[in-house]
Design a protein around this ligand. Structure first.
Ligand code: COA
Length: 260
């Protein structure tokens, strides 16, 4: 696949997507959102890829937001369409992916950039990272799931303050809020994140996919996450991975998961 705005590499079971528009601080234009969708779909379909890492090119930004130059003159309908299409192609898509996706937040994650990081399954930040949802400073609200996912991660009061002030928080504050799991020096960010990916890769891919689905269910209106958990728990019992995992434990050896 040929991409203009992202780079994809893969090594030892880890697929890395690097958003590559550093002159625009990796802002998400419509073309980049489509490429991210295609790249993620491709990596997710590859059984050799067990974990995906998303990061930004350069040392300054993960993603500095949706590309403001693209939507500055949009009508109400165009604005609603932009949000709906983006959520469908990227933000909901990444959240629901069965392959774990980790955001390695290497600098500014603002607006759509923080929304992308929040849609990933969890986040690791470099010590220079700054995060915020500045949309109300532009007269708009977060449209890529930010009003839903930020309160889920940091609590309603902190989300209200962050969204209403349009301010940025630094990496340590983000960690204390639970928005990122770890903060590391920038030059260690990718290695550290890959270390977590390696731990994930020891485990059953099919069970991890079902766990992601069950965890997400708890946050969706009208879905009883506990029922989804019960259903998915049951489904695991019909998988080869489950047989291998339990057998390996009982035989006191390391499991060799095939992902089916
Ligand atoms: N959309 C489009 N272009 C963007 C962008 C965005 N969200 N964020 C940064 N850029 C562009 C700038 O326009 C500039 O382009 P230019 O060199 O062609 O003028 C380039 O990226 C570098 O950004 P600049 O503002 O010069 O860097 P800075 O170090 O002075 O400031 C930020 C960094 C992140 C504070 C600032 O770029 C910013 O506030 N960006 C917008 C953040 C935002 O509101 N995001 C939410 C969008 S909904």
């Amino acid at each position: 696949m040929n991409f203009e705005n992202i780079l994809i590499t893969s090594e030892n079971g880890i697929g890395q997507i690097t958003i590559n528009r550093p002159s625009k601080l990796n802002a998400l234009n419509v073309a980049t959102i489509q490429e991210l969708h295609d790249g993620l779909e491709n990596l997710d379909a590859n059984p050799e890829i067990r974990v995906i890492i998303i990061t930004g090119e350069g040392e300054k930004a993960f993603v500095a937001g949706a590309d403001i130059s693209e939507f500055a003159n949009f009508s109400i309908e165009e604005g609603a369409h932009l949000a709906a299409k983006g959520q469908e192609l990227l933000f909901d898509f990444v959240e629901k992916l069965k392959t774990p996706v980790i955001a390695a937040v290497n600098g500014f994650a603002l607006g759509g950039g923080l929304e992308l990081a929040m849609a990933c399954h969890f986040r690791v930040a470099s010590d220079n990272a700054k995060m915020g949802l500045p949309e109300v400073s532009l007269g708009v609200i977060p449209g890529y799931g930010g009003t839903q996912r930020l309160p889920q991660l940091v609590g309603k009061g902190r989300a209200m303050e962050m969204i209403m002030t349009a301010g940025m928080i630094d990496a340590e504050t983000a960690k204390s809020y639970g928005l990122v799991n770890h903060v590391v020096p920038q030059n260690e960010l990718l290695e550290f994140t890959k270390g977590i990916a390696n731990k994930i890769m020891r485990n059953s891919p099919v069970a991890i996919g079902k766990a992601i689905n069950a965890i997400n269910a708890n946050f969706k209106d009208g879905v009883d996450g506990y029922q989804t958990e019960i259903r998915n728990f049951g489904k695991c019992f019909g998988t080869e991975d489950f047989k291998e995992g339990t057998t390996a434990f009982l035989e006191k050896r390391k499991a060799d998961f095939k992902g089916n």
